[in-house]
Design a protein around this ligand. Structure first.
Ligand code: NAD
Length: 500
């Protein structure tokens, strides 16, 4: 029995009306569990209209009220962590502990939003001229939209809507059509927390729904997270329609290992960061650069650990790595491994053809390790987004950094070393938005901002942290003068006002 999901508009479930829908699959079994409606332009318009109407009240609501709703939501989210993690595993496939981690990292951004009273305080300068004061306030934009990828169906929406709602905006979310149920459950929890109807809406769909959001005159800003080609399209199209836009794209994250590094710690980190969540993380390490003569030793240590990764359904507590999102994606990932030897790579581990007993139709693939990978190989050039780790060799630190910086992507980059001076140089020289020193996946905590450079982010603002308050508000500066009846300096003055 498949279940049909509904949109969430104006505080209630609304059945899809376009006649178009898509299947949601359990990646561990290959079974279609849910049908998700694909909104047409009219349904998107209904959601935006609900958000616009709700903005009239929410945009002017007191900070105390917003704060109360967000604190209540935080409590509910905390109590429903396990349920949300199970929904994520059922549609994404990642193992339960990893799904719990995703919810926890989303919750961090809700914590940030709960601090809204401190964040939205504004500035005041008194007596800039005689009896003249200047204050600067930040106000909400109106209706803002979020478009999110499949790989973090709960966390990535939570990178966006908590600070957006805290700032007084209303929100329309278009989650990934591959694992859309967590977004609807989050909407129900927001309603239970006391969020007024229409402040948060979910419309499901594909390009049709996204393109309508990008051109809709009542959508003031768009936050996007997904692959680079779509991020580029979102940035260009939304900006052409006069919207504020931040569009986070794909990645190829490098881990530079210097000869003085603790090679066991580096190998542990490489395996965890390359194969965790089956490599379907935008901060996954997909390229290790071994510097100096450590390459063979490091590859042996990585291979020894990688062989032991336990692959199975995300619901099995013994599993460390689950299946890939779709069979088509699994086949694409496998094609990179199949083509690797002909493109000059040494195939140390080939994970293609992996099966899991009792789950023959799941989207399985094992872990693959490619050594001596030329920069021209497809497995290195493309964002594979699967459990395939490339190892490259560099003679020196300089050669290694040049290799990292030649990548068109610049999301995360890590260095493993015991040399503080080298680590410091790397922090300054590497072209990436997030840097790890002996930390392989340097995803910033909720009160710092997350974002990449180059083809990993289009726009000026990173997500969450301080950038979020700026992205989701606009500034207003008020100059005030309350003349004293005793003032004698009145009268007409055609000169440009200046403060003397
Ligand atoms: P995707 O780009 O295929 O889809 C992302 C969103 O865009 C989805 O909601 C999808 O429905 C929509 N979409 C897809 N095609 C579209 C089109 N032609 N026009 C308009 N909208 C379209 O990404 P995905 O496969 O869901 O997610 C994986 C990608 O996301 C990877 O590239 C990964 O690196 C990236 N990602 C990046 C970050 C980051 O912070 N930089 C975080 C997570 C994921």
């Amino acid at each position: 029995m498949t279940h049909t999901l509904a949109h969430w508009i104006g505080g209630k479930h609304v059945a899809g009306a376009s006649g178009r829908q898509g299947p949601v699959t359990d990646p561990a079994t290959g079974e279609v569990t849910t049908q998700v409606p694909f909104a047409d332009a009219g349904e998107v318009d209904t959601a935006v209209a609900a958000a616009r109407e709700a903005f009239t009240e929410w945009g002017g609501s007191s900070l105390a009220r917003r704060s109360a709703v967000l604190f209540a939501f935080r409590g509910l989210l905390d109590r429903h962590r396990d349920e949300l993690a199970r929904l994520i595993t059922a549609e994404h496939g990642k193992v339960h502990s990893d799904a719990l981690g995703e919810v926890a990292r989303g919750l961090e951004v809700v914590d940030l939003a709960c601090a809204l009273t401190l964040q939205l305080k504004g500035e005041l300068s008194t007596q800039v001229a005689t009896r003249v004061d200047v204050s600067a306030i930040r106000q909400p934009l109106g209706v803002v939209a979020g478009i999110t990828p499949f790989n973090f169906p709960a966390m990535v929406p939570m990178w966006m809507f908590p600070p957006a709602l805290a700032s007084g905006n209303t929100f329309v979310l278009k989650p990934s059509e591959k694992d859309p149920s967590a977004a609807v459950r989050v909407a129900e929890l927001l309603a239970e927390a006391g969020l007024p109807d229409g402040v948060f809406n979910v419309v499901h769909g594909d390009r049709v729904a996204v393109d309508r959001l990008l051109e809709h005159p009542d959508v003031a800003a768009v936050s996007f997270v997904g692959s680079t080609p779509i991020a580029r399209h979102i940035h260009t199209t939304a900006a052409a329609h006069g919207k504020r836009v931040q569009a986070l794209g794909g990645a190829k994250n490098h881990m530079l290992v210097l000869p003085d590094a603790d090679l066991d710690a580096a190998a542990d980190a490489a395996v965890s960061a390359a194969y965790g969540s089956a490599g379907e993380r935008c901060m996954a390490v997909s390229a290790v650069v071994a510097v100096g003569g450590i390459g063979d030793d490091l590859v042996a240590r990585i291979a020894e650990r990688a062989r032991k990764v336990r692959i199975g359904p995300g619901t099995d507590p013994a599993s460390e790595m689950g299946p890939l999102i779709t069979a088509a994606h699994r086949d694409k990932v496998a094609s990179y491994v199949h083509g690797a030897a002909a493109q000059g790579c040494e195939v140390v581990l080939d994970g293609t053809g992996h099966t899991v007993a009792g789950h023959e139709n799941g989207h399985w693939i094992g872990v693959s390790l490619l050594d001596r990978v030329p920069v021209t190989a497809d497995a290195y050039r493309d964002e594979v987004f699967g459990p395939v780790l490339c190892v490259l060799r560099a003679e020196t630190y300089e050669e290694g950094v040049a290799l990292v910086n030649a990548s068109p992507y610049g999301n995360g980059a890590a260095i493993f070393t015991r040399d503080g001076g080298a680590a410091r140089r790397f922090q300054l020289e590497v072209q990436a938005g997030m840097v790890g020193v002996n930390v392989p996946i340097p995803v910033p905590v909720g009160y710092h901002s997350f974002g990449g450079w180059k083809d990993s982010l289009f726009g000026d603002h990173h997500v969450y942290g301080n950038d979020a308050w700026h992205f989701y508000t606009r500034g207003k500066v008020i100059t005030t003068r309350w003349p004293d009846p005793a003032d004698t300096d009145g009268g007409v003055n055609l000169g440009f006002p200046h403060h003397g």
